[in-house]
Ligand binder design. Sequence first.
Ligand SMILES: Cc1cc2nc3c(=O)[nH]c(=O)nc-3n(C[C@H](O)[C@H](O)[C@H](O)COP(=O)(O)O)c2cc1C
Length: 186
Amino acid sequence: MSKNVLIIKGSARRDGYSNRLCDEISNIFKEDNVTVFDAYKESPKPCTGCNSCEKSGKCVSRDLDSFFEVFEAADIVVFSSPVYNGTFTSPVKTLLDRFQVYYTGFYANGRVQQIKKRRRAYLVVSAGRDGEKALQYMQWQLSCACSILNLELVQSFLCPFTDTEPRYDQALSEVTRSLHNEKTQE
Ligand SMILES: Cc1cc2nc3c(=O)[nH]c(=O)nc-3n(C[C@H](O)[C@H](O)[C@H](O)COP(=O)(O)O)c2cc1C
């Protein structure tokens, strides 16, 4: 059965390492229904903490309405980002903040998942240096979000040392192996 795959690109560098890994993932799922969300191009508005979503269940900023539709329908969500100052790039962090609409819904409704479908998430990270600490932190940040998005963070991939000796081929072979397995899972 065809899967809905959402790939969130978190780098402005079109041919950067994380975007290249995302393109490979798109290719693996080419027979499925893939949507690519380019976080830099879309440049989501920041959450202002106005708390309107607590009452209305909607965000006052409407720029992500169609993103949220695709996000809720996704079976697989790939988050990708280079490490910038130890964490996600700004537009990806903004996106995580904008999931606030689901946080408030979760707590306002007796800790019930607002998205009914259980889905799977992957994280792709590129780093100029070894990236280990940043990856741990990013995994933790993303896991917190996943817990109220009905997402299981299945696996993370790191492409380190891009400023000196990029380990791109190693990252690519890990991504390819795991995502091919994912593709064949029912
Ligand atoms: C503003 C900025 C901040 C960065 N901060 C870090 C950092 O904290 N740690 C690190 O390992 N690399 C850091 N880098 C390097 C990027 O993570 C690295 O160049 C990465 O490969 C870029 O990813 P991309 O090729 O997917 O665009 C930084 C780069 C920029 C431009």
